[in-house]
Ligand binder design. Structure first.
Ligand SMILES: NC(=O)c1ccc[n+]([C@@H]2O[C@H](COP(=O)([O-])OP(=O)(O)OC[C@H]3O[C@@H](n4cnc5c(N)ncnc54)[C@H](OP(=O)(O)O)[C@@H]3O)[C@@H](O)[C@H]2O)c1
Length: 269
């Protein structure tokens, strides 16, 4: 499947996984609308892509704000007349045991990870119905089973599963494709932040020496999901084992996680 003449919005695409998805979509012929909250970062990615003859433009704004999300969709429709693909990628993680979390941590995580995906979807649906297009949700292995020190993050990613299932069923007569991507631990940019126990931004340690997926591998899985219009894609061998073990042997998964609790907690610090 070629992506030429396809109009694709990728939210949160000024760095990391979203950028890799935007790059691969444009290399495969799509016109891409980049998004992020920092215009300078967006300009850099836009210039990088244009240097490779990609058809790309950017929309700066926080998609967890309803009005901004609506404006992103209006901007795209005014410029290109339609939307074929919406990749809901924005997301933020957090660290800390639930009992120690400031209450605003949950609010911050849900605002970005849930509302930041619901609002663009809401406003894009009328156009996506006409194009029989695709909505992609970038989830995580933490969306398969709630993980220790990641309660808000896991719950927000789990919410995407039920949201995706609901709209997939509601939109079946419009032939909309709704793909949920369970991403495993992936390489990160040097400046990537998470939310600490008190709601403060914390810069994550790099994963340079760890065995993690590349952002390009994640992008390739997203394009494969778009081509095959599958309901879910689970990344990495560990992810697939995790998914089926949780389904058929949930108590064994509990035991494995409990045996590794210290590791989860030390990584969460
Ligand atoms: N990295 C991993 O190991 C991993 C694993 C599983 C799942 N995931 C998921 O993959 C997605 C991307 O992760 P990543 O590691 O690539 O993240 P990242 O490096 O932190 O990039 C996030 C991107 O989203 C933008 N952004 C954040 N909040 C936004 C908002 N409210 N409105 C508009 N743009 C926003 C950021 O730019 P600005 O800050 O400039 O706005 C940036 O471009 C997330 O959904 C994450 O949960 C990641």
């Amino acid at each position: 499947m070629s992506f030429s003449k396809k109009i694709a919005i990728v939210t949160g695409s000024s760095q990391g996984i979203g950028k890799a998805i935007a790059v691969l979509l444009s290399q495969n012929g799509a016109t891409v609308i980049l998004n992020g909250r920092n215009q300078e970062k967006l300009n850099t990615v836009e210039e990088e892509l244009k240097a490779n003859n990609s058809d790309v433009c950017s929309f700066c704004g926080d998609v967890s704000d309803e009005k901004v999300a609506e404006n992103l969709i209006l901007f795209t429709l005014q410029k290109f007349g339609k939307i074929d693909i919406l990749v809901n990628n924005v997301g933020v993680s957090m660290r800390g045991d639930f009992a120690d979390l400031a209450p605003n941590v949950f609010k911050k995580v849900f605002t970005t990870n849930v509302m930041g995906k619901i609002f663009p979807t809401k406003f894009a649906i009328p156009s996506l119905r006409k194009t029989k297009g695709s909505i992609i949700f970038i989830s995580s292995l933490a969306g398969i089973r709630g993980l220790p020190t990641l309660s808000a993050y896991s719950a927000s990613k789990m919410a995407l599963k039920s949201f995706a299932d609901s709209i997939r069923t509601e939109e079946v007569s419009h032939k909309l494709h709704v793909g949920l991507i369970y991403v495993a631990i992936t390489e990160i940019e040097e400046n990537k932040t998470t939310i600490g126990e008190n709601g403060q931004e914390v810069i994550l340690n790099t994963r340079a020496n760890k065995k993690v997926q590349t952002t390009k591998q994640v992008a390739e899985a997203v394009l494969q999901n778009l081509k095959t219009r599958k309901n879910i894609s689970i990344l990495s061998g560990l992810g697939i084992v995790n998914y089926y073990m949780q389904k058929f042997f949930p108590r064994l998964v509990d035991k494995i996680i409990l045996a590794n609790l210290a590791k989860f907690k030390s990584e969460g610090k």
